[in-house]
Design a protein around this ligand. Structure first.
Ligand code: SAH
Ligand code: AVI
Length: 322
């Protein structure tokens, strides 16, 4: 059963276009240029991310899926009949199926994502596969509390946040996000969250700079999106994808490096780039189990269970709202 979104599926609407233009121009006007990583996910970006998840070098999706396959029963154990599953940054919702298979008496599934196309495809697929389930997609930035449909307001909520998407935020923002999720999920709510673990930097860099160049295309698509949606004139051949492990910060960084002195026009503004200058497009923080549990506590979540894969690549945590 697929219900319409709370607000119109809005990729490309004027508010979002305005926000995109403002944040792009602000980010590219800074002394160290940046672009917010949530803008990587237009329809093309979501498609490219799905390709990334199938790359031999990109271990997180396989590792997390193996953990979910092995432990979905335990993860689903304290989701009450009639409860609601709220997924943040749901994308293709493929991993969700592993939980939903164990939750035949769940009342509703509420996927939240900025990518309208990913949300629409996933919601249709899930509504067909689980016809008894009330599927209520919401196009929104998960950094702000989302309101659930009124008829679900009083029901028990379990949050699902797989993929280590929280790693794309700086730790301070990640703690703030976990506070927001407590508001959405209410006291007594549960959160099942996937966290990529610290490991050999070489393996990390290969995962974010694959030999087939899919991650490079994903990163460069941000410039292509600026050209498409903001009338920019980036020459994609004049920028190169770079992935580095920043050991001090404990994160992989993605950058787009200008291959020459050049300038680009966006919405009538001229943005200069020096040869070698980079635009920082994404962070992907890697945590130890203890570090992530401390982060969860900082936002009043109590760590309850943690599962890892046999190679110790990835972890899935169950947290309880204090
Ligand atoms: N959960 C899926 C997808 C991870 S990719 C998985 O584990 O494979 C990250 C997803 O989060 C994308 O679908 C992207 O569109 C979404 N996303 C990124 N930033 C977001 C934000 N600020 N608000 C809502 N969704 C966001
Ligand atoms: C969604 N997110 C957790 C991915 C990651 O691994 O940080 C995004 C990604 N960027 C490049 N490859 C994958």
């Amino acid at each position: 059963m697929l219900n319409p979104s709370l607000r119109p599926l809005s990729e490309g609407n004027t508010d979002e276009a305005h926000e995109f233009a403002t944040e792009v121009l602000q980010g590219l006007s800074r002394p160290s240029k940046t672009l917010p990583c949530r803008f990587l996910y237009d329809a093309r970006g979501s498609e490219l991310f799905e390709k990334i998840t199938r790359l031999p070098e990109y271990y997180p999706t396989r590792a997390e899926t193996s953990i979910l396959k092995a432990h979905a029963e335990e993860m689903a154990a304290d989701v009450p009949d009639g409860g609601v599953l709220v997924e943040f940054g749901s994308g293709s919702s493929l991993k969700t199926e592993l939980l939903l298979e164990r939750l035949p008496r769940l009342r509703a599934y509420v996927p939240v994502d900025v990518s309208q196309s990913a949300l629409a495809d996933a919601s249709q697929r899930l509504a067909a596969r689980f016809p008894w389930l009330d599927v209520r997609p919401i196009v929104a930035d998960f950094a702000y509390p989302v309101a659930l449909p009124a008829h679900l307001a009083w029901r028990h909520r379990t949050g699902f946040f797989p993929g280590s998407t929280i790693g794309n935020l700086m730790p301070v923002q990640a703690s703030r996000l976990l506070h927001v999720f407590r508001k959405v999920l209410s006291t007594g709510g549960r959160l099942i969250v996937g966290i990529d673990l610290k490991k050999d930097p070489g393996k990390l860099v290969r995962a974010y700079d694959d030999t087939a160049g899919v991650t490079a295309t994903f990163n460069l698509n941000l410039l292509a999106r600026i050209n498409r949606e903001l009338g920019g004139n980036f020459d994609l051949r004049a920028f190169k994808h770079r992935a580095v492990y920043n050991a001090r910060e404990g994160r992989i960084e993605m950058h787009l490096v200008s291959l020459k002195d050049q300038s680009v026009r966006i919405r009538g503004r001229r943005i200069p780039f020096r040869a070698g200058e980079s635009v920082h497009t994404e962070n992907s923080y890697k945590y130890s189990v203890a570090q992530f549990q401390d982060l969860a506590r900082s936002a009043n979540w109590l760590p309850s269970r943690v599962w890892t894969d046999p190679c110790g690549l990835f972890s899935v945590h169950k947290l309880i709202s204090a």
